[in-house]
Structures are given as structure tokens and as C-alpha cells.
Design a protein around this ligand. Structure first.
Ligand code: HEM
Length: 371
């Protein structure tokens, strides 16, 4: 990381996501108007707790443009078929009913057992180099979810690789090769879940079993939203783990104090998800003219909701009807991983940059210290 005193401020909220030190910039955004038009990006920005909360709560601010349920480059593809069904990408009945089923099933997960299980998995896979750490922050959360869903351990590495390949279709930065790989991965993931269901293999007590009991309510979106549980876990939980490791490097007293009082890990991770969150922004599109505090946004506009500019509030997991139903699971997985890796992390010299992204802040670690 460059010394932060000499860092030039990011020019816009997309560049802030992977900037070394974006939080003064975000604070300045929060001090400005809650809603403003940003001519350089040809879209609106919602900033600070007031702006973020107002847009996320507004019924006419939708997760997709009204006339474009699926992006053009995914239409008619396996990725597009999944995208069209995701609760994350829908509104109304197609959102509310399946979201309730997923939230109920995720809410029934025994977090104590999950923590023990992830501690075992992470303890068997302690990273001892920067490269291994970069793989582990993605793999462990996906292994944990694959296990919760009921997949056998031999299937986890392929599922994790397909999930990472699939999420590439969700990023505007992906190239043609990544998009092609995402299609292959989408088919493989759908087939993986279909096989698990076909064989009647939903392990009793597994997350899959509790979702399948409400298969009718999930309707045609069952398989897609199961894939969605893996894809929603992927980048966001890797970001939480990575940013927590970055915080441990930046504050050398933290690790010894957590070692002395391990019950403080969940609070430390909540703090990271607030102060250096994994997801920095999300997008909404106005379905009709809307007015916030005297500012009128016409129908058909994109609003970038700058979650990271509301760090004083807790928006790291979103808010309102699309708020994250996986928060407790993510925090539990991250706690167990970091506890299992404490000794290894203490011995590693690390510097980092961020993976290219317009919304997720995920460190990529390298051996060594910053100059
Ligand atoms: C640190 C990890 C995580 C972070 C920071 C995170 C963050 C978020 C955010 C910000 C949203 C809202 C997006 C928006 O409103 O546009 C969201 C939605 C969602 N998250 Fe998470 N998430 C995490 C982990 C997980 C996990 C582990 C799961 C699954 C178990 C999950 C499942 C979902 C789902 C299904 C949605 C869509 C909800 C809806 O649209 O109704 N997330 N997440």
C-alpha cells in the first residue's frame, strides 16, 4: 500500500472502491447533499446515511431498469436465465416470496454448529503464503456454504471455482473470455443443484432441505436462487475476510488483544464491515419520477447508492427490502476462519492492492511490506 498521506483522492465513487484510502473522500460525499446528479458519470449519487436510506427504502427505486430485467449481454444465456430469477435482481412478488423463504431458511442455520464446522475446515486449510491466503478468503466461505447446502466435500472445489467464474458475469469489467467462462460455470452450477435435488439427496437438516420444503413458494426460481446463495457469498465474504486481515496488519495491537479475548472477534468483524466494508455501492433505477427532500429525479435514471459513504451508520449489508439475509452467516464464517488462521497471519509479511471492481473491495495480498 502506498503511504496514505500522499494519495490523490479518488475522482468518483467507482474509483473509490479500490482506492488505497478512500474514506476522507466518502466523508466529504456524506457532508454534501444526500442526492446529486454526477455529470461525469451521467447518473445520480445517493450519499450519507440519509441519502442511502431514502433511496434503498423507496418503492420506486428498483434494482433493475424497468424495461431491462436482464442485461443485454446476458439475454438468452445460462447466466441470463439465473439473473432473471434472482431475488437480488427482482421486485414485487417475484422478490418478496422467495426472499422470505431464503431468509427463513438462512435464519434457521445453527450458527454455533456452523462456527465449529468452519473452524475445522479452516484449521485443515491454514494458508501459509500470500497466494494461499488469496485463494483461502474465497474458498473457505464457499466451502462452508456448499457444506451447509449439503454438497459432499469432494464437490466443494469445483463448486467454488464455478461460483467464482459465474460472478464474473455480474461485473461490467469482465472481458469476453470471462463472460464465456461464466456461461459454462452457470450451466455446471445449475446442473450441480439439479443433481442434488434429483437424487433426493437434500441432507436432512441441511439448508437445502429447509429451502426445498418450500419449493412451491420458490417457483421457477428455485435452482437460480440456490446458485444465488453461492454467488452472493463469494466476493462479499472474501472482501470481509480480506479487509479484516488488512485491519490486523494496519493495527498491530489488534491480533494480540483478540488472541487474549477471542470473544471479541465478532465485534471486530462488525467494525470492519462498517469502517472498511466489502460492498461499497449498489445501484437503483427510478421506475417513475421520485422526489427526495425537494430534489426531483426523473423516471428511468440510475442512482449509485454509495453505501460506503454512510460508514457512521450500518449499511455494509444493505438495508430495506433487498437487505442481506446472509449477514450472520457471513460474520460467523469469517470469525471462524480468522480464529483458525491467527498464528499463520501473525507470521506473514503482507502488502496488498485491490482486485479490479466497481463495487466490491477485496484485497489481493502479496508477500512483503509496503515501501
Ligand atoms: C460479508 C459478507 C456479505 C456482505 C458484505 C453482503 C452484503 C450484501 C448487500 C450490501 C446486499 C444488498 C444489495 C442491494 O441492496 O443492492 C446483499 C444482498 C444479499 N445477500 Fe449478502 N452479503 C454478504 C454475505 C452474504 C451471504 C453469506 C449470503 C448467503 C448466505 C448472502 C445473501 C444475500 C442475498 C440472497 C441478497 C439479496 C437480498 C435481496 O435482494 O432481497 N450475502 N448482501
Amino acid at each position: 500500500m502506498p503511504p496514505t498521506d500522499f494519495v490523490i483522492e479518488p475522482a468518483d465513487p467507482f474509483l473509490a472502491v479500490t482506492h488505497a484510502a478512500p474514506y476522507d473522500y466518502y466523508r466529504r460525499l456524506a457532508d454534501g447533499p444526500p442526492l446529486r446528479f454526477e455529470a461525469s458519470l451521467d447518473c445520480w449519487l445517493a450519499t450519507g446515511a440519509a441519502g442511502v436510506q431514502a433511496v434503498l427504502a423507496h418503492p420506486a427505486c428498483r434494482v433493475r431498469p424497468p424495461d431491462l430485467a436482464v442485461p443485454h449481454n446476458l439475454a438468452g444465456t445460462p447466466c441470463g436465465a439465473i439473473f432473471a430469477e434472482l431475488v437480488r435482481m427482482n421486485e414485487g412478488e417475484r422478490h418478496a416470496v422467495p426472499k422470505q423463504v431464503l431468509a427463513r431458511a438462512l435464519g434457521q442455520v445453527d450458527l454455533g454448529r456452523l462456527q465449529e464446522q468452519v473452524a475445522r475446515l479452516a484449521g485443515d486449510r491454514v494458508p501459509v503464503s500470500a497466494d494461499q491466503l488469496n485463494d483461502a478468503i474465497f474458498q473457505l466461505p464457499l466451502f462452508a456454504m456448499a457444506d451447509l447446502l449439503g454438497f459432499a466435500p469432494a464437490q466443494w472445489p469445483a463448486l467454488a471455482a464455478w461460483t467464482r467464474a459465474f460472478v464474473a458475469c455480474l461485473s461490467p469489467l469482465s472481458n469476453a473470455g470471462q463472460l464465456a467462462g461464466a456461461q459454462v460455470a452457470a450451466d455446471a452450477l445449475l446442473e450441480g443443484f439439479a443433481a442434488l435435488l434429483r437424487e433426493g439427496n437434500a441432507r436432512p437438516g441441511s439448508l437445502l432441505a429447509s429451502i426445498v420444503t418450500e419449493a412451491d413458494a420458490m417457483g421457477s426460481g428455485l435452482l437460480a436462487n440456490l446458485v444465488g446463495l453461492l454467488s452472493q457469498t463469494c466476493d462479499a465474504t472474501a472482501g470481509l475476510l480480506g479487509n479484516a486481515i488488512a485491519a490486523l496488519r494496519a493495527q498491530p495491537d489488534l491480533l494480540p488483544s483478540l488472541r487474549a479475548a477471542p470473544q471479541r472477534w465478532p465485534a471486530m468483524l462488525r467494525e470492519v464491515s462498517q469502517r472498511d466494508p466489502a460492498i461499497h455501492n449498489t445501484r437503483r433505477y427510478t421506475a417513475q419520477d421520485v422526489e427526495f427532500d425537494g430534489v426531483r429525479v426523473p423516471a428511468g435514471q440510475m442512482i449509485v447508492v454509495v453505501l460506503a459513504s454512510a460508514c457512521d451508520a450500518q449499511f455494509g449489508f444493505g438495508h430495506g427490502r433487498h437487505g442481506c439475509p446472509g449477514q450472520s452467516i457471513a460474520l460467523t464464517i469469517a470469525t471462524a476462519c480468522l480464529q483458525a488462521w491467527t498464528d499463520a497471519l501473525e507470521g506473514m509479511l503482507l502488502r496488498w492492492e485491490y482486485l479490479p471492481s466497481l463495487n466490491a473491495r477485496i484485497p489481493v495480498f502479496m508477500e512483503g511490506t509496503s515501501a
